[in-house]
Design a protein around this ligand. Structure first.
Ligand SMILES: *Cc1c(COP(=O)(O)O)cnc(C)c1O
Length: 399
């Protein structure tokens, strides 16, 4: 190699190293900034959960295989189901990837396959979209956006048409309502004993007890109430149903059956797993247990939620749903009718104070949401309310 070439290469290495160091410096500063995410995931995680990721490990390392086995066992425990009937299958990606994998894998490749999605929110709409995209016959049960499924309408549907799959959202994170998963499940069993009953428990898993009596496939997230980092989600599957799903998937990556088969025979993922994320998720499960499991975590979330609900109502905001119809993990508030209220400005001003609300528009009405899950505590709720008062003052909004 000639001398000029070597010098140029060294200069390039130096430049890359310098820019890397300065970006590291910036990210350390951001970590200490104390930003609070009042979002239904991804959310604030503890320093110990983040620290668990500071490790490189081979997915075939004995230690990593053990982490995976621990997680799969822990998932069943937190869901409150037995390992004789159920098995936990991890799937890379966000929870929607697991929703798609579950539909891909459980909907038979038959012209009579038909999915019933009990609508009522943004995440049911997303399931309908997946059905459309993978070209599967589907029906939805139209009902009001902001309310749980209507049981009479559900029964009428189940009596009149044959479905291969029935899907429901446990806690709808777009508005905050809860669906009666077990009541619906009992009707599903009565009228459609062979269909697979799919429950999206993505936002409730880890923070609410799950109605699992009739569920065949429970889709969970480990970066919501479990307080892990994004990168992997898990499907808790009834073994007797999962074993019948071979060959259904129209996709290689989303084949939950193949994922389960490979994991069970070799203990490792088919394709690269998010190794660091799974280490963090293991730490998150340990911390869930330390907090007293689902019950202990629910206690903190309920306290957080009561502070937000009462505090916002005291300031003059109106909640979309009454407390008895709403979960304690996220609350929707109507836009105030005051002429000076502009959600974009309101959000920006809160964000500049380190208080981040979700901006995703997930319901049709003019509402904004405040979630109270993650590594957030009552003092954080008080600080958010103080910031809301300041911002309303600045915007000259008297409620
Ligand atoms: C967050 C959420 C999803 C989607 O999860 P992602 O990880 O964002 O893909 C689906 N359903 C419900 C009920 C949710 O709260």
């Amino acid at each position: 190699m000639n001398c000029g070439k070597v010098v140029r290469r060294l200069q390039l290495v130096h430049k890359l190293a310098t820019s890397y160091r300065s970006s590291q410096h910036k990210s350390c500063a951001a970590q200490g900034s104390g930003v609070k995410l009042f979002m239904p995931g991804p959310l604030n995680t503890t320093a110990t959960v983040k620290a668990a990721m500071l490790k490189d490990i081979s997915p075939r390392d004995e230690e990593f295989v053990k982490v995976l086995a621990y997680l799969r066992k822990e998932l069943l425990k937190v869901a409150g189901v037995s390992d004789e009937e159920f098995i936990a299958v991890p799937m890379q990606g966000c929870a929607t990837f697991s929703v798609e994998a579950t539909l891909q894998t459980t909907v038979p490749r038959s012209s009579t396959a038909k999915v019933l999605v009990l609508s009522g929110g943004a995440f049911a709409d997303r399931m309908i979209n997946i059905c459309k995209c993978i070209d599967v016959q589907h029906e939805s049960l139209p009902n009001a956006t902001d309310s749980a499924a209507n049981m009479e309408a559900v029964e009428k549907k189940l009596r009149s048409t044959k479905y291969s799959n029935v899907c429901v959202i446990h806690c709808d994170t777009s508005s905050g309502f809860i669906n009666p998963v077990d009541e619906i499940g009992s009707l599903v069993r009565q009228w459609q004993p062979d269909c697979s009953y799919i429950v999206d428990a993505i936002s409730s898993f880890g923070g609410m007890s799950l109605p699992t009596t009739y569920a065949d496939f429970i889709i969970t997230s480990t970066n919501k109430c479990v307080q892990g980092v994004p990168g992997c989600a898990f499907v808790i599957a009834r073994k007797s149903k999962l074993v019948k799903c071979k060959g259904n998937s129209r996709s290689v990556c989303f084949d939950l059956y193949d994922q389960y088969k490979t994991l069970n025979s070799s203990g490792v993922f088919r394709f690269t797993p998010p190794t660091q994320a799974l280490l963090a998720i293991q730490q998150a499960f340990l911390e869930l247990e330390q907090e007293g499991g689902v019950e202990g975590r629910a206690r903190r979330y309920k306290t957080n939620n009561a502070i937000i609900r009462e505090g916002m109502e005291r300031l003059g905001f109106v909640a979309l749903l009454p407390p008895q119809d709403s979960s304690y993990i996220v609350t929707s508030f109507k836009y105030p009718s005051h002429p000076n209220f502009d959600f974009g400005v309101f959000h920006k001003k809160l964000q500049s104070r380190g208080q981040v609300l979700p901006t995703a528009k997930v319901t049709k009405g003019d509402v904004f949401r405040i979630a109270n899950i993650g590594d957030l505590h009552p003092a954080d709720m008080d600080r958010l309310l103080d910031a809301v008062v300041e911002v309303c003052d600045e915007m000259d909004i008297k409620l």
